[in-house]
Design a protein around this ligand. Structure first.
Ligand code: KG4
Ligand code: ZN
Length: 364
């Protein structure tokens, strides 16, 4: 088995951690040659959420076609691939295993390196794909249906998790509140749409501080407050203005995110922010972070909407940078539903040359 990729750096990325079967071809970690996503949203919508067993079966049905399409759109043959990058976790175990098995099979058959990538690291790299001049250090806010994390990225592959949710992820709170309002799955985009016709200042929902952890998030109190509001109004037979509820909830959730980004930027001393994950598609969140950036002289980066939600181009990009640093994954690597984000070996301690320090800087 070849241990190093060829200089062309053509990576085939594969992602099947949840309900999107995705494959992509990326050159040198930054140039997207193709990105194919077969979404299962329509299938899961009937059930109001992702059904793990159905997701795995759908991945099995779609994976080979999706890979073929990604290679075809990139105009390359399978043999032209220099390394295979794949999500090994976190995610649904049966779903992860489909992509991982396909990636291992291709790696073994071609004799090309396998690089296993953490899904959250993939989301972080969506910004490196979208912004070719972006370089670490970057303060990353990764907000999706499964994760809400604030991460100081000191260098490629070097991470310090500064804060994370203690309960629900932001996208999960959007989805659950949307469900109680009768909106279709996935609730985030539908709730955002509804909130556009509402007044965000009519109903005030609570903000939560995690004791002694100013950079941690908690969304379950907010979610419960909104659900209780709806249930009590229904029991009293009162008319509910769902657009106002949606707008009030969204404002509170966004406040939580923006406040933590502001605090973290001040604490680590980086002015470059990278926001990614499905919730980064939310225009109200983008507006609030852009306003913060203007006020506090920060620079905020977002991927295009197609790279906010799950895709394989971000996995190929992250895999390229990990492999460039010398990482190769053994074929015995297993799916890890609860995988935690790990840094490359050379990052232990303070990354050399890092401009991220744990000293407060003046950020308004
Ligand atoms: O990154 P992603 O595709 O999958 C996970 O890794 O979880 O994120 C999906 C999540 C869902 O919870 C979805 O409701 C949320 O992102 N989402 C949004 C928006 N678009 C997607 N949440 C709020 N506003 C949106 N526009
Ligand atoms: Zn994701």
């Amino acid at each position: 088995m070849q241990q190093r990729m060829n200089e062309r750096g053509i990576i085939l990325g594969i992602e099947t951690s949840c309900d999107e079967t995705a494959a992509a071809v990326v050159r040198q970690g930054r140039e997207m040659l193709s990105s194919v996503v077969a979404s299962q949203i329509e299938v899961h919508r009937k059930f109001g959420g992702v059904v793990p067993e159905i997701a795995s079966r759908r991945h099995v049905e779609a994976i080979l076609t999706v890979i073929d399409e990604a290679l075809g759109q990139a105009g390359i043959a399978l043999e032209d691939v220099d390394a295979v990058a794949v999500t090994y976790g976190p995610g649904l175990v049966g779903a992860l295993l489909v992509g991982l098995s396909a990636a291992k099979g291709i790696s073994y058959a071609l004799g090309k390196p396998l690089v296993c990538v953490n899904h959250i690291e993939g989301h972080i790299y969506a910004n490196f794909l979208a912004h070719p001049d972006l370089d670490p250090p970057v303060l990353c806010l990764t907000v999706s249906g499964g994760h809400t994390e604030l991460i100081a990225m000191r260098d490629h592959g070097c991470y310090e998790v500064l804060g994370r949710t203690r309960d629900d992820a932001a996208g999960e709170a959007f989805d659950k509140v949307a469900r109680v309002m009768g909106l279709p799955y996935p609730g985030g985009p539908a709730l955002e749409q509804l909130a556009k016709s509402g007044n965000a200042n009519l109903i005030s929902f609570p903000r939560t501080e995690v004791e002694d952890s100013p950079l941690d998030f908690s969304f379950s109190g907010l979610k419960t407050a909104v659900i209780n509001y709806i249930h009590s109004a229904r029991q009293r037979g009162e008319k509910i203005s769902y657009p106002d509820v949606a707008a009030g909830f969204q404002k509170a959730a966004i406040d939580e995110l923006v406040t933590r980004v502001h605090r973290a930027a001040a604490s680590v001393g980086t002015r470059t922010i990278g926001v990614s994950g499905g919730v980064a598609a939310n225009q109200a969140l983008r507006g609030a972070l852009t306003a913060l950036a203007l006020k506090s002289a920060l620079e905020v980066h977002y991927p295009p909407l197609s790279l906010c939600t799950d895709n394989a181009a971000m996995i190929a990009s992250a895999g390229y940078f990990r492999h460039r640093a010398g990482e190769v994954s053994p074929l015995s690597t297993n799916a890890e539903p609860g995988a935690v984000l790990t840094s490359l070996q050379h990052c232990s301690g303070q990354a050399r040359g890092s401009r991220i320090h744990r000293v407060p800087v003046e950020i308004d």
